[in-house]
Design a protein around this ligand. Structure first.
Ligand SMILES: Cc1cc2nc3c(=O)[nH]c(=O)nc-3n(C[C@H](O)[C@H](O)[C@H](O)COP(=O)(O)OP(=O)(O)OC[C@H]3O[C@@H](n4cnc5c(N)ncnc54)[C@H](O)[C@@H]3O)c2cc1C
Length: 426
């Protein structure tokens, strides 16, 4: 009898599906479906086409850039497919990398990736080189790519799955299915949430998808005069019904004409919803407590000095100083001696907890990632296999995992994809 290889359907050709298919071709016959004509539509625009593929640094630090609930699960994929392994795979296929950190760029060899800090990009060829290397591996291994072929239904059978796709008259039969349809942000790239629907139909719980890596809209009166102002090193917290959420993010913040943006806001945006407040704690350039102690000292030693001098001691941009003064009920022209300790203490409090109301976050159309998705409780994170449906695997953004800006999402997609591909037919 002729040997019939086992068949795997990989649904969605983003970085997760491409990595899964590149690995699964070693095990059986792979058909990689995508609703777009070409693979990797979102990958190709990542990092403005340059593709921030991962972040350098030790794993314990990098794990902090995923939501607390997802760290344990994604840690396994990231331990198997470390940054070094990931870069080495592409290096073997002729792609070199560079690391960008605080305005500098330097070549990065895979073996050093855990020892340095910064964002990793291909040195040449950008996102297309990453997509093409993965696709080459799939084709070389005998895999098939079926573009413009949206899958709309997956059914379980006694021996595997029936996959219903646009181009086929009848259902195709597979022994295993890997769902890698991505999330539902930037839907024009093809990621429209189909993976959630199909996973739900197969019995999986979907944690409500919400926009992540997006900007925040605030009431006009709260941000008046602040558009264009940037703050360095800020801790961003979210306050809901007066209570601070446990998770926070740190980094730069930018005021826009609609509200707040910048890396720390984008990273924390998945935690926010309308009605919350964003609390900003300035970590730089001055320590808030020390700053207020110095203002108090100044009030005692030179009470005739103006509040403007005290505000300048915060080291914050002038527009932010004005917001602080207004909220603390202070006039720049007031003399320190007549301002009173209470209002100076209020200024100190605002330095560590300057709040802005959240009207909402900018939606899926412009969010760079989706938080929520297939519940991790129902996934065996050692293999990415469903605990509910044997032979069904998930990888990438379709899962309830979202990373911060800095390459955390593509690395998670590739690592979970490779793990899923490696785990079929074990
Ligand atoms: C503008 C932008 C820039 C970004 N830059 C970066 C960056 O530099 N670094 C980083 O780490 N992250 C970045 N991201 C996020 C990152 O691109 C995603 O997290 C990542 O692509 C997710 O990979 P994935 O394979 O899980 O899903 P996707 O890349 O979304 O791929 C899913 C694929 O599934 C296909 N599909 C969906 N439904 C079906 C169906 N029913 N049938 C067949 N095919 C289907 C889609 O067409 C799509 O091609 C960026 C995102 C955006 C929008």
């Amino acid at each position: 009898m002729r040997y019939q290889p086992k068949r795997v359907a990989v649904i969605g050709a983003g970085p997760a599906g491409l990595a899964a298919a590149a690995e699964a071709v070693k095990k059986g016959h792979v058909v990689l479906y995508d609703k777009n004509r070409d693979a990797g539509a979102k990958l190709l625009i990542s990092g403005s086409g340059q593709c921030n593929i991962a972040s350098a640094g030790p794993l314990e630090e990098r794990l902090l850039h995923y939501p607390a609930h997802a760290r344990e699960c994604i840690a396994h994929a990231l331990k198997v497919h470390t940054v070094s392994n990931l870069l080495a795979w592409f290096e073997q296929r002729g792609i070199c990398f560079e690391v960008r950190h605080e305005g500098t760029k330097s070549p990065l060899a895979s073996k050093n990736a855990e020892r340095v800090r910064g964002k990793i990009f291909p040195a040449e060829g950008g996102a297309a080189s990453i997509r093409d290397a993965l696709m080459h591996e799939i084709v070389k291994g005998g895999g098939e790519f079926s573009g413009q072929d949206a899958v709309h239904k997956i059914e379980r059978t006694d021996t595997g799955f029936k996959v219903y796709a646009l181009k086929s008259q009848a259902a195709e039969l597979y022994h295993a299915v890997i769902i890698s349809c991505g999330g539902m942000s930037w839907p024009q790239t093809g990621s429209t949430g189909d993976g959630y629907r199909m996973a739900g139909e197969l019995g999986h719980t979907i944690i409500k998808p919400v926009p992540a890596l997006t900007s925040v809209v605030c009431p006009d009166e709260e941000i008046a005069g602040l558009a264009g102002v940037a703050l360095r090193a800020v801790r961003v917290r979210v306050v809901r019904k007066g209570v601070q959420l446990e998770e926070s993010r740190t980094g730069d913040v930018l005021f826009t004409h609609r509200g707040l943006s910048g890396p720390a806001i984008l990273d924390a945006s998945f935690l926010m919803r309308g009605g919350d407040s964003v609390s900003l704690e300035s970590l730089d350039p001055r320590d808030a407590q020390e700053c207020i102690a110095r203002v108090m000292q100044l009030a005692e030693s030179a009470g005739s000095a103006r509040m403007s001098r005290a505000l300048e001691m915060t080291g914050l941009p002038r527009a932010v100083q004005d917001t602080l003064a207004q909220r603390a009920g202070i006039d720049r022209a007031d003399r320190l001696a007549s301002t009173g300790k209470k209002r100076i203490a209020e200024l100190g409090r605002l330095l560590v907890d300057l709040r802005f109301s959240v009207r909402g976050v900018v939606g899926m159309e412009q969010a760079m990632c989706t938080a929520g998705g297939v519940s991790l409780d129902e996934i065996d994170c050692m293999t990415m296999q469903s605990k509910k449906v044997p032979g069904l695997f998930f990888c990438g953004e379709v899962l309830d995992v979202n990373g911060d800006c800095g390459g955390y999402n593509i690395h998670a997609a590739l690592a979970s994809g490779w793990l899923a591909g490696k785990s079929v037919f074990l």
